[in-house]
Unconditional design. Structure first.
Length: 207
């Protein structure tokens, strides 16, 4: 007869760690970044608060683990690495348009990412500073191709992209928090979302 394996908190360390990491996202959705306390996270996980310090040393380290585990920027980028490799510096506009369209969809549908962006622009923290750095490193790969492709032009594709990303963030956050029109457009409706996507493509194409 096979020996029964005990699946308690001590022997099931990895399962408990995953529950704590996932619970950061749950708390973030409901209470925002200000609600990321040891008590709230442990309660959402159904575990003891002491496991946070046992497995992650501190709440900050747990939250950092969640952010990196979530890797939301890479998810929002889709299979951008493969596209860059296939593109080889030809028609970088197409790559940037794909990235922005994908980011719009992902950001609109991810409550957690919306909360993280609000946190990023509301408080100066080590965690979000490092996340911003990671995002810039990913973006730099695309812009290096763009710089080479457009070096003879006066088009500043980085500045255009910055405005479009900022527009995506604000438009989505406005729609989600107020549920009202913005410039007469409702992106909570398919037609409104389509108009924004078409505008992004038009701006990139005419850059």
């Amino acid at each position: 007869m096979a020996k029964k394996i005990y699946q308690g908190e001590i022997n099931d360390k990895e399962r408990s760690k995953r529950k704590l990491i996932n619970s950061v996202g749950k708390v973030l959705k409901i209470k925002g970044y200000s609600g990321l306390t040891a008590t709230n996270i442990a309660k959402a996980a159904g575990l003891s608060r002491r496991l946070i310090t046992t497995y992650f040393d501190s709440v900050d380290h747990l939250v950092e683990t969640y952010v990196r585990h979530k890797d939301y920027w890479t998810e929002a980028s889709g299979n951008i690495g493969e596209i860059i490799e296939q593109n080889q510096g030809n028609n970088t506009k197409e790559v940037i348009n794909y990235l922005l369209q994908n980011q719009l969809d992902y950001f609109y549908n991810s409550t957690e990412m919306q909360k993280l962006i609000l946190w990023e622009i509301s408080e100066k923290t080590k965690i979000m500073y490092e996340v911003c750095d990671d995002r810039e490193r990913l973006g730099s790969k695309i812009f290096e191709l763009a710089d080479e492709e457009f070096k003879a032009d006066i088009i500043d594709i980085r500045a255009i992209s910055a405005l479009l990303v900022a527009g995506i963030y604000y438009t989505v956050l406005h729609a989600k928090s107020t549920n009202t029109l913005f410039c007469g457009i409702d992106i909570n409706e398919p037609e409104g979302m389509k108009r924004i996507k078409n505008a992004i493509s038009l701006i990139i194409e005419n850059a």
